[in-house]
Design a protein around this ligand. Structure first.
Ligand code: HEC
Length: 192
């Protein structure tokens, strides 16, 4: 109920953002392509680090890859792309990963598209929105769970991992997932 009210409250903002003074359709499409490739790099780099670490030292040690490498990769991509890049989820593990209103409604919309049969790889969305400090380009890409994710985000997490997660993330909400669910989003934004 809360979500629906929120989305309704934001609608006029989104419509206002569509007016003629904003970036052209071509400029928006170019930014979307840039954001898509930046999100792709984050997923590829983090996936590579995760795989390497699990193979070398097992999943308990790989928790530190998620803890240290994920924010580091996001920060380095933010620097090289000029976007602000991060990962968020309504069921966040890192306390900094709480979605804002736009991110929450974007994830909701992507979940509906996944449920309607869309392929995980193409699940992204973008928009120019008006904020109190000006216009912003916003982009979200869904992170859909694969088998490997469930070791640390699933329903049957091995004890060693459970213990380390409990120690490092006492407010962890990011468990209980099955395969093919939207775990969170890569969120990208840039002021215009
Ligand atoms: C080895 C354990 C492990 C595996 C495997 C793993 N994660 Fe995570 N995940 C974590 C940890 C730890 C964090 C918190 C990272 C931080 O502190 O920024 C996290 C955070 C996240 C976040 C950021 C939002 C939040 O909850 O804080 C997303 C999104 C996410 N993981 C998705 C995935 C997806 C999708 C996969 C599979 C491709 C995956 N994870 C595999 C341990 C793991």
């Amino acid at each position: 109920m809360k979500k629906i009210n929120l989305a309704a409250a934001l609608l006029p903002v989104f419509f206002a953002a569509g007016c003629a003074t904003g970036p052209s359709a071509e400029q928006q499409a170019a930014m979307a392509a840039d954001a898509r490739s930046t999100a792709g790099s984050l997923i590829k780099q983090l996936g590579g680090e995760l795989k390497k670490s699990i193979e070398a030292n097992g999943p308990v040690e790989a928790i530190s890859v998620c803890k240290e490498k994920a924010p580091a990769i996001a920060a380095s991509l933010s620097k090289s792309s000029g976007f602000a890049v991060k990962r968020v989820s309504p069921k966040n593990r890192n306390p900094n990963g709480v979605p804002d209103a736009w991110e929450a409604q974007a994830q909701d919309a992507l979940e509906k598209r996944l449920a309607a049969g869309e392929k995980p790889e193409t699940l992204d969305t973008w928009q120019v929105v008006k904020t109190s400090s000006g216009k912003e380009f916003r982009y979200a890409k869904a992170l859909v769970t694969q088998q490997v994710c469930l070791t640390c985000h699933g329903t049957d997490i091995p004890d060693g991992i459970k213990a380390k997660l409990a120690a490092e993330y006492p407010q962890d909400k990011a468990t209980g997932y099955g395969p093919g669910m939207v775990r969170g989003i890569v969120s990208i934004k840039r002021p215009l």
